[in-house]
Design a protein. Structure first.
Length: 610
């Protein structure tokens, strides 16, 4: 019988004292010149969480249910995957609005709620804790299997645009700046006659020419006329129960990279850029960050039931999949996993961005620690996030829920087979959310039970987004629940500690400032984050960067590193500068929202809430 290191560590945790287990499992990157024993036995103060999450969706006006396939059973895999949601300030008033994707049902399934055909929804923030449905006015009313969403100003006109993935035909919505959107998919060159299953997406200026390019995940080449019926093959059963088929046994999709031509149109450069080399994969969620600190954005893709992908940017318009060599394609035992959701943060504040990936039931989520050279070590069990294997895990993110300056983890869960409710299994279709508190020593603790009813309540959740919708200085969570209304988890208590929030506006770089990196220093504590899109599961979080600073009364240093460009003699984009432009701001007052414009410094500061 083969026993993996992952299973061995998990089972011996109960039998061995925690200090001895730490001693046996502490990786080299935690030593840092100290003895292993000292690192493993460092005491950590245990204090109750001052924060709870409360679901205020109903009183906020978010009562429209997500419709996604059958309720009691699902015949096809598209009914099980669900979709994402977005926090984004579409009208640039400084308050986060909400976009909710939606789906449909196949003929013969349950009727629609209130007999209304479901559509995607846009909700405007009323700045008083409530939202107004402005979908019809905005022009975003659309019916179909709407899956992923990502936000970015692709034409640099100062208004964030919306890209939406579909099983069918993806849509690029241009923000007109007057509260309305126009479908420019065909005009932009993004329309395809063929049906594809677009899932997660991310905006990225991969060649640093000042224009946002677009990476799109394609999950499965799904033709329901060719899919076996539930239970027909081994890929259509789960624990002996007949269920919908896939993803194994179905053809995977090919991911797409679109280059922004700078004139409102895009060109498919997938083959030229090397994006097609990994071949078909069951790709779900994509994120773009500079993982090796070389000033060029890379792309990581969570892949279901196959190795995940890390596209390293070669600085010449091409990418290479280094996921296996970098240690983040498989788990530490070299096994494929059902990658779903992604969160990225420098959770141990060493200046390098780490990755959290969610997976299927009977497996753990993964925490990949950046080794300081763009490669990763799977520290799932060492860090304490390998304790939950009983859930199917989806949207995820690093969120400093208590503003102590250390990124915690929150992820949502929910099964894919509603049929399991009719069997005597130790699992349910609806399940709670999970929160891990950062213990500041490279380890986390499951504190879900302490985090309030917004966390412990059960749903079949999928996408989630993170942002401060009420501008009170702590991070709230928007959750999309399958065949239920959404959850809006208000953070109560996080702003007892201090914070700083930063909105960046690019001038030479892309207007949304995607790829810009910010360091926030208080005393000897240094935090790092980047402006990014497309995290969680097929979702979009607040584009503003939020930093908790604990009890610090000022921020000693804010350092903004822009993905700057140089120009040739004709004024066109030339070779990007090897050393990006850096702007620094010192002795900044806490508890305010700063707007920083490239080359102009802090152009606005707001103290909202307390």
């Amino acid at each position: 019988m083969k026993i993996s290191r992952r299973n061995l560590l998990g089972s011996t945790a109960v039998l061995l004292g925690s200090n001895l287990l730490d001693l046996l499992s502490t990786p080299l990157w935690r030593w840092r010149g100290q003895s292993v024993l000292k690192a493993a036995t460092l005491p950590v103060a245990e204090t109750p969480s001052p924060v709870v999450y409360v679901d205020v969706a109903q009183q906020a006006g978010l009562t429209v249910p997500n419709v996604w396939g059958g309720v009691k059973s699902k015949k096809y895999i598209v009914e099980a995957k669900g979709s994402g949601a977005a926090f984004f300030d579409y009208d640039q008033d400084g308050w986060l609005d909400i976009y909710l994707t939606n789906g449909v049902r196949f003929p013969g399934e349950e009727p629609y709620p209130d007999d209304k055909t479901p559509i995607q929804h846009l909700f405007k923030n009323n700045r008083d804790g409530t939202f107004t449905d402005v979908t019809e006015k905005s022009g975003l009313s659309r019916t179909g299997w709407g899956t992923g969403v990502c936000v970015g100003d692709y034409d640099n006109d100062g208004w964030d645009d919306l890209f939406c993935g579909y099983w069918g035909h993806n849509v690029l919505w241009h923000n007109n700046g007057d509260g309305t959107f126009t479908d420019v998919t065909k005009k932009a060159g993004l329309y395809e006659e063929r049906v594809r299953w677009g899932a997660g997406c991310t905006w990225v200026d991969y060649d640093r020419d000042g224009n946002l390019d677009l990476f799109v995940c394609n999950y499965i080449e799904l033709d329901i006329a060719k899919v076996p019926v539930p239970g027909q093959t081994g890929y259509c059963q789960w624990k002996g129960i007949p269920v919908m088929c896939g993803p194994r046994g179905l053809p995977g999709g090919l991911n797409i990279l679109y280059h922004n031509n700078g004139d409102g149109t895009f060109t498919d450069v997938s083959e030229k850029a090397g994006v097609l080399k990994p071949g078909p994969r069951y790709s779900i969620t994509a994120i773009s960050y500079d993982f090796d600190n070389d000033n060029w954005p890379d792309i990581y893709v969570a892949v279901d039931s196959e190795p995940s992908i890390l596209f390293h940017n070669n600085h010449d318009g091409t990418f290479e999949d280094i996921g296996v060599m970098a240690g983040c394609a498989y788990n530490e035992d070299g096994q494929e996993q059902a990658g779903m959701g992604l969160g990225v943060a420098d959770y141990d504040c060493d200046g390098w961005l780490d990755i959290f990936k969610t997976n299927f039931q009977d497996d753990t989520c993964d925490l990949y620690h950046n080794n300081g050279d763009g490669t990763f070590t799977d520290v799932t069990f060492v860090a304490g996030v390998g304790v939950n294997t009983q859930y199917v895990n989806w949207g995820a993110g690093f969120v400093d829920y208590d503003n102590d300056g250390w990124a915690d983890i929150l992820h949502v869960t929910g099964h894919v087979y509603p049929e399991i409710e009719g069997y005597n299994l130790d699992t349910t279709f609806k399940s709670p959310r999970i929160v891990y508190r950062n213990l500041r020593n490279g380890k986390f603790k499951d504190v879900s039970a302490q985090m309030g009813p917004g966390v412990t309540e059960r749903f079949a959740s999928r996408g989630c987004a993170f942002g401060d919708y009420d501008n009170d200085g702590d991070i709230d969570v928007l959750v999309l629940n399958m065949n239920d209304p959404p959850s809006l988890l208000r953070n109560d208590g996080g702003n007892k500690n201090n914070w700083i929030k930063i909105k960046l506006i690019g001038t030479k770089c892309n207007r949304t400032a995607i790829g810009a990196r910010v360091h926030v220093v208080t005393g000897e504590h240094r935090q790092t984050d980047e402006v990014h899109t497309g995290t969680s599961v097929m979702s979009q979080s607040d584009l503003r960067l939020h930093f908790g600073v604990g009890q610090a009364t000022k921020v000693d240093l804010i350092e903004v590193k822009w993905p700057t460009l140089v120009r040739d003699k004709n004024g066109k984009n030339g070779k990007p500068a090897e050393i990006p432009q850096i702007e620094k701001f010192t002795n900044v007052e806490v508890n305010q929202i700063l707007t920083i414009k490239e080359g102009s410094g802090i152009i606005k500061s707001e103290k909202i809430g307390s």
